[in-house]
Design a protein around this ligand. Sequence first.
Ligand code: FEO
Ligand code: CA
Ligand code: CA
Length: 690
Amino acid sequence: MTPKPLALFVKRDGQPKRSAITCRYKCGNACFHEVPNTSGNEYFGDMVRAALTRRGMLKGSAGVVVAVGAAGVLAACGDDDKVDLAAGGSLVDGVPVGTNFAPVAANSDDALVIPEGYEHNVVIRWGDPLFADAPKFDANAQSAAAQAKQFGFNNDFAALLPIEGQANTYLLVVNHEYTTEPQMFKGYSKEAPALEHYQTAIAAHGLSVVQVKGESGTGKLTPEFGKYNRRITGTTEFTVTGPAAGSAFLKTSADPSGAKVLGTLNNCSGGLTPWGTVLSGEENINQYFANGDKVTDEAAKARLKRYGFPNGASERKWERHEARFDLAKEPNEANRFGWVIEVNPWDAAAAPIKHTALGRFKHEAATIHVAEDGTVVAYMGDDERFDYMYKFVSSRKVQSGNGQASMRHNLTILDAGTLYVAKFTGDHPDKIDGNGTVPSDKGFTGTGQWIPLLVTGEDGKATSKVDGFTAEEVSVFTRLAADKVGATKMDRPEDFEANPKSGKVYVALTYNEQRGAQGKPAIDEANPRNINKFGQVLELDDDHAGTTFTWNILILCGDPKTTDTYFAGFDKAKVSPIAAPDNLAFDDYGNLWISTDASRANGANDGLFSVVLDGPNRGETKQFLTVPFGAETCGPTVSEQRVTVCVQHPGERDDATAEKPASHWPDGGDSLPRPAVVSVWKKGGGRIGA
Ligand code: FEO
Ligand code: CA
Ligand code: CA
């Protein structure tokens, strides 16, 4: 076929992609506050190179249920129409299977832009009712009571779980990372937020579970009032499990048990488990709390600082309406957020769980790979500049089957096992110049070691592997324990995803414009660019349940026309520009899909990209869609019949307000922008990218 010209960066002079309001409300100005990791730990120590045996793909042995990626649980189309997935990397007419679409060009439209020959629908948007008795969304008559029965704000992660026995019907499980009050509520006062605005905002956080029905012959999805529909909010009761449950660090005046927490906040990305539950990471939780400087215990104050908790008032000033957000009054409330949560969407009455064996940090997500013997490995990033990559390896094995007993067992898998942090060594210490120059032999490569931090036993008793730290301290103040053992400081580790086909693990490092700056940590081979504005994607060959790995950089993101970018050796004249890789997913052919957050390179809208991993086109990167003006592309799922993405914070610009919105997507006219989930499919049906 005739090659099409690929998208080039769109210039928007003087307009940084991520607006200041996004920084304030999404991540509590994580890019502007002082880097919380000021530990003196080294980056690359001497490490013994270990010969690794790659485990290869799952074989379904010993009770293993299924390998899951972000799209891994999605049902396939009719089998007679299937491509031979075992023939990975195969080309049809010279094009890798699954990526045969005309890439969309970079743009700054206030619209979802998809490839020619594709269609889409808005599946569900902020404020849409989840229950028959929920009010319809009315931007001028919002209330906490209404919001608690409606789809929440700023969707990030999405999972689609087929409902057994109901053809083409799914549970859509979505989280709601954060709220941007000035753009949600007319008449909002930043100086003195009204009680109703606080209550509506906290109800707009959390997660939604909603039944969606597919349309025969297309990828269209429509919400229904199903029996599993549920809202989890910033005030829903969670059960704490693992070594910090009941810890003195988690006890508050409202909860002397230290094991019942009201709400989940800032849930960013997530993952599916093979037993059909959904994990999500509590990320920038520091921003919801006030008065870190008024905490009197010096040790507690230092710990709060390492997690970036603010001094003085918080941006949203929730502390004025609820004392638990005032650290001067409830210093331990902070310790009750920053966990990986697990939601069982098949039981609308079940309390969701906060798993403390997986450590506490700014969790982006937890994504699961199941080893051959049924051991569960949860990969996790701490999304902050110069913070770390982690994994948890279970001691319990997955039990197959859909019965209650299996579910009860599987819901405890993340409560016993070992938490590790990653340390990297590069193969070319003398050849990394900070400019992105690629080592000429085999690129940026090296070895790595998983350093144990915490072992939680089957009896629930935990053992610290870090000198000077109790087990509870490692669990609750994981960042400080990881500092102590000399973990490698990364360029904002976001999403991980294990390739269900090869078992290799991919990691998105979004960017770190402070890498190598004055007084800041220097480059290393895994983080090889000074003032790294565009991010990189790592490929790990991990001994999943073991403690060693090898690695290489798959993509050094940015403008392919510049010398500091790299696309696994693929011809850079034939790739789409990509910046700020954030969430990852796999299609059924083993192609990696990457969504972006703040493509700072250019000021163009964020997008979703396919990346070929196998065969002669390895590294070929193509933009599949772009999201509307001001939005971020989140939570992709890619199946044979549809691609879904969460469109987060459309129209989020510094000068935008609810009175003067910067976007009117998706409803048009003079409407408020509404974060939403969209589904994209090939016109007339047929396989995506085939
Ligand atoms: Fe919420 Fe790290 O993105
Ligand atoms: Ca993210
Ligand atoms: Ca993000």
